[in-house]
Design a protein around this ligand. Structure first.
Ligand SMILES: Nc1nc2c(ncn2[C@@H]2O[C@H](COP(=O)(O)OP(=O)(O)OP(=O)(O)O)[C@@H](O)[C@H]2O)c(=O)[nH]1
Ligand SMILES: [Mg+2]
Length: 323
């Protein structure tokens, strides 16, 4: 079947066609797409075991079945992919049997260990296919969280009931990127003090970040469903606000910039792999930076010498969260 035929089928949410297109993207084939913003792309992060998969499962079940839902999990060890927890595996099977829900796990690959350009291609394909919601589950540590904020319209940070000290420890990284802070496992008594600590933290951070940063804080239990309807309302309200203020185009720009950058990383990595013989010279100290540049960073195309982009993540267009 041609790519055009697959795209046509994907448009009517044919899950097999969507899967095939994503596989082609993973194989490095470029899928030409004209994307009109339609999907709410929601990144879900939080420490390992904080209840991300369970919450996504409960949200996906509560969203009306006439809405198209895609779930991408970035960590290949996630229970959504058939990992450690039997309970999660059964729930996952229940979700995949629903025609409106598409689930895919995407490996983190490459030198950086963050998102792969194919993950972004998958988001593009799913948006083209008319997904209403695209949930991206990442682990609450490392590069995939830094990356996901360039792709998602909304970031949910899950915080399980914790002590004040543990919240302090979380603050440095995760605590800056959230649009909605979710106290997960709120069937646990300790959740009340975690909720208060988070509210105080958000107030404190707002003084630093300015009044335009207005993340919400909410208590939920993914397992028992408590607070999930309210969370879904918050998510939909935020999407409406982003659409009304023409903010969805901004995340498409940062998504495209990141995709291009990740693709460049991939090219560089292939180049390094092709030049394995350089490693011997690196080990004995005889490889100069100049030769490395010559061998790996400069390539010729129709007589032109092209320099790749400067590979520095921090120069990706920074989208401040909450605006
Ligand atoms: N009591 C309680 N337990 C929960 C709740 N949500 C999840 N759990 C349990 O917490 C454990 C981890 O849940 P997951 O949903 O797999 O957490 P996760 O954040 O996706 O985990 P990783 O993907 O491994 O990082 C499982 O044993 C769940 O049953 C909740 O709302 N209340
Ligand atoms: Mg998980």
């Amino acid at each position: 079947m041609s790519i055009n035929e697959l795209l046509e089928r994907a448009r009517s949410w044919d899950k097999a066609a969507i899967a095939k297109l994503i596989t082609l993207a993973e194989e490095g084939i470029e899928i030409p797409l004209n994307i009109q913003r339609k999907s709410h792309v929601i990144g879900i992060t939080g420490p390992p075991g904080s209840g991300k998969s369970t919450l996504i499962y409960t949200m996906a079940r509560k969203i009306p079945q006439d809405r198209r839902i895609a779930i991408l999990t970035i960590d290949p060890s996630s229970p959504f992919t058939g990992g450690s927890f039997m309970g999660n595996r059964i729930r996952m099977q229940e979700l995949t049997s629903r025609p409106n829900i598409y689930i895919r796990s995407m490996a983190t690959r490459g030198i950086r260990g963050g998102l792969n350009y194919a993950t972004i291609a998958a988001v593009n394909i799913l948006e083209y296919a008319g997904a209403d919601y695209i949930f991206i589950e990442t682990v609450g540590a490392g590069q995939s969280d830094t990356d996901v904020k360039y792709v998602a319209d909304t970031i949910l940070v899950l915080v399980p009931p914790l002590s004040g000290d543990e919240i302090q420890a979380l603050k440095s990284g995760l605590m800056e990127i959230g649009d909605i802070y979710v106290v997960s496992k709120s069937d646990n008594q300790a959740s009340e003090s975690t909720y208060r600590d988070l509210l105080a933290m958000v107030d404190m951070m707002r003084e630093v970040k300015g009044d335009s940063w207005k993340p919400a804080v909410i208590k939920v239990s993914g397992l028992y469903g408590y607070g999930v309807d309210e969370l879904l309302r918050l998510i939909d309200d935020r999407f409406r606000e982003l659409s009304n203020n023409s903010k969805l185009g901004e995340s498409l720009i940062s998504r495209r910039l990141l995709e291009m950058r990740l693709y460049a990383y991939d090219l560089l990595e292939k180049r390094l792999d092709e030049n394995k013989d350089l490693e011997g010279d690196v080990i004995n100290g005889s490889l100069s930076r100049r030769r490395l540049r010559g061998n790996c960073l400069v390539w010729r195309s129709r007589g032109l010498i092209m320099w790749p982009l400067r590979l520095k993540t921090s120069t990706v267009l920074l989208r401040s969260s909450g605006d």
